[in-house]
Design a protein around this ligand. Structure first.
Ligand code: 4NP
Length: 161
């Protein structure tokens, strides 16, 4: 750790039970490995899964990669999040659009897409695996790791967006 104030990052998807809890777990683990100080949370733009654990397929995917996300619980994005976090990072364009719509004019947080942080993948979405086959969760994991690795590089000051 370099003693700097931790960067506060909120990952945002639709339900907060598949992609954003995976991103939260992946980012927390990658930052710990890299010695980068972060505070990480996740939330959904929808409210269907508030208080629920991640989807069992997301829990299993994280576990295959050595990360336990079973203790996370769903919550919805709150207006205060736009000031409590330095960055709100959406998993796809629909959720980014919703965040832009919700953001108070004075909001302090920067808004971006997760894959904007992955070299060569600007504007791309982490596809929603909820209604698809199990394999979609591994694809989501790989996409999330590309974004997380890019974020870590930025936070280390190696590269800026
Ligand atoms: P997530 O996936 O946004 O990655 O958590 C979804 C989970 C639930 C629903 C949609 C997407 N849903 O419609 O309930």
């Amino acid at each position: 750790m370099n003693g700097a104030a931790p960067s506060r990052l909120l990952f945002v998807c639709l339900g907060n039970i598949c992609r954003s809890p995976l991103a939260e777990g992946a980012m927390r683990a990658a930052a710990a490995r890299a010695g980068v100080a972060v505070e990480v949370d996740s939330a959904g733009t929808g409210d269907w899964h508030v208080g629920r654990p991640p989807d069992p397929r997301a829990i299993a995917t994280a576990a295959r990669h050595g990360i336990d996300i079973s203790g996370l619980r769903g919550r919805q994005v709150r207006i205060e999040d736009f000031d409590r976090f330095d960055r709100l990072i959406a998993l796809d364009a629909d959720n980014l659009r919703n965040l832009r719509r919700l953001a108070p004019p004075s909001a302090g947080a920067l808004l971006s897409l997760l894959l904007d942080h992955a070299p060569g993948r600007q504007g791309q979405a982490v596809a929603d695996p909820y209604f698809g086959e199990d394999a979609g969760f591994e694809t989501a994991w790989a996409d999330i790791m590309a974004g997380v690795d890019g974020l870590i590089a930025e936070l280390r000051g190696q590269r800026s967006l």
